[in-house]
Design a protein around this ligand. Structure first.
Ligand code: UTP
Length: 294
C-alpha cells in the first residue's frame, strides 16, 4: 500500500523564535526565499505524497494561504510579463491537494497529530515537523518509506551530542543493519544519565492509523500537553517499529542557531548566491579570526 497523505503539524506558537513568530507562524519564515513549509511540502511530494493535511491554529491561517492562489498578485505579475515570479507564486498551489484541520490550543505534538484523525482515515500516513528541514540527496521521508513501506511505522533518527540529549525524544534500539534499528523503547527529553542511547527522533515519521486510539488514550503530561512520544511508545509495544539514521543534514529552524545555519547551508547550494556568499564568509571569518583568538 502506498502512503498518500502527510500530516504537517504547524499549530505551535514558536516561542523560541519570538518576536519573529509573533505575527508570522515560524513555519512561514523563509529559508533563503522559500518558506520552510513549502520546503517540507516539496520533500513530501518528492516522496510520493499526494495530499497534505496541515494542522494549524485557527487564528494563524497564513500557512494555508501560501498554498492558495493570490489572484491580485498574479494579475499584477502577469500584466508586467514577470513570468518567473508568476511561476514562483503559482508553484506552491500546484504541489499537492491541501486540507486544513485545526488545533485551537497548542496542547502538544501528539494532540496536534490527533486533530488529523478524520482527515487521515484508516490508512498509514506520514507526519512532518516543518521546523525540521533536511538537505538530503534522497528526501528524508523517502528514506523512511524505503525502509518501512506502509505497514511498519518508522521514525527518522539522528545521533546527537551528549549535551543535546535532554532536548529530544531518545530511543532504545536493537541494531538491524547499518543505520537501521528496531525500536525497543523511547523517552522524551531524558536526563543524560538516564538516556538509553544518543539516537534522537527528528521530525519525520511514518505511522499506522492505530496511533490515533493510543493518542486519544494518552494522559496529558506537564502543561496539559499530549506528547507524540507517548503514543509512539505505546505503538512500539503493539507492533514492530523501525528507526532509520537518515543520510543528510538536518537543520532545526525552531532554534536561532539552526535557523541561521540553514540560511547559510541552503544559500551555499544556490548557484546564483554561492560564490558571493562564500567570499563574504571567508572574508568575515578571516577578519574575525585573529581578534577572536587575541
Ligand atoms: P515545537 O515544540 O518545536 O514547536 O514543535 P513550538 O511549540 O511551536 O515551538 P517553541 O518551543 O514554542 O519555540 C514541533 C512542531 O510541532 C508543532 C509546531 O508548530 C512545530 O512545527 N506543534 C507543536 C503543534 O502543531 N501543536 C502543538 O501543540 C505543539
Amino acid at each position: 500500500m502506498k502512503i498518500r497523505k502527510a500530516v504537517i503539524v504547524a499549530a505551535g506558537l514558536g516561542t523560541r523564535m519570538l518576536p519573529a513568530s509573533k505575527v508570522i507562524p515560524k513555519e512561514l519564515l523563509p529559508v533563503v526565499d522559500k518558506p520552510a513549509l513549502q520546503l517540507v511540502v516539496e520533500e513530501a511530494v518528492a516522496s510520493g505524497i499526494e495530499q497534505i493535511i496541515l494542522v494549524l491554529n485557527p487564528n494563524r491561517t497564513l500557512g494555508l494561504a501560501h498554498f492558495q492562489p493570490a489572484s491580485a498578485l498574479e494579475s499584477y505579475l502577469q500584466q508586467r510579463g514577470k513570468n518567473d515570479m508568476l511561476e514562483a507564486v503559482r508553484q506552491p498551489t500546484r504541489l499537492a491537494q491541501f486540507v486544513a484541520v485545526w488545533q485551537s490550543e497548542p496542547l502538544g505534538l501528539g494532540h496536534a497529530v490527533l486533530q488529523a484523525r478524520e482527515a487521515v482515515g484508516d490508512e498509514p500516513f506520514a507526519v512532518i515537523l516543518p521546523d525540521d528541514i533536511f538537505d538530503c540527496e534522497r528526501p528524508c521521508l523517502q528514506q523512511l518509506l524505503d525502509i518501512s513501506g506502509a505497514a511498519t511505522p518508522s521514525v527518522a533518527l539522528m545521533r546527537v551530542a551528549e549535551r543535546d540529549i535532554p532536548k529530544y525524544g531518545i530511543v532504545a534500539v536493537r541494531a538491524v543493519r547499518p543505520r537501521l534499528y528496531e525500536l525497543q523503547g523511547m523517552v522524551e527529553k531524558p536526563r543524560i544519565e538516564l538516556a538509553p542511547s544518543d539516537l534522537a527522533i527528528v521530525g519525520r515519521y511514518v505511522l499506522t492509523p492505530d496511533i490515533f486510539d493510543l493518542l486519544a488514550q494518552a494522559q496529558p503530561g506537564a502543561g496539559g500537553e499530549i506528547q507524540l512520544t507517548d503514543g509512539l511508545l505505546a505503538l512500539s509495544k503493539k507492533r514492530t517499529m523501525l528507526g532509520y539514521e537518515f543520510e543528510g543534514i538536518r537543520y532545526d529552524l525552531g532554534d536561532r542557531l539552526g535557523y541561521l545555519t540553514a540560511q547559510i547551508g541552503f544559500g551555499l547550494k544556490r548557484p546564483e548566491l554561492a560564490d558571493n556568499l562564500r567570499v563574504w564568509l571567508e572574508m568575515t571569518l578571516r577578519a574575525d579570526g585573529p581578534r577572536g583568538r587575541g
